[in-house]
Design a protein. Structure first.
Length: 73
């Protein structure tokens, strides 16, 4: 799941509703260091996100655009 494009519903499954909104509020992310600036997201919590399959793709990255197009179908 890409933190820059994931829906509130998808993020809620990983981090809970309040934290999902916090993640969306601070987007886009260019690195995990930027995620660490979000209140409540320390190194341990970021490690949990990564272990759960979360990743960061840069806005405009062809993989991100492909994923967004597939989601619309």
């Amino acid at each position: 799941m890409d933190l820059n494009t994931a829906s509130v519903a998808a993020l809620t499954k990983l981090v809970g509703l309040e934290s999902a909104y916090d993640l969306i509020l601070w987007r886009p992310y260019l690195s995990w260091e930027e995620v660490a600036c979000v209140p409540g997201f320390d190194e341990a919590r970021i490690a949990e996100l990564q272990a759960a399959g979360a990743h960061i793709r840069l806005p405009g990255d062809p993989r991100t655009l492909r994923d967004e197009a597939a989601r619309r179908l």
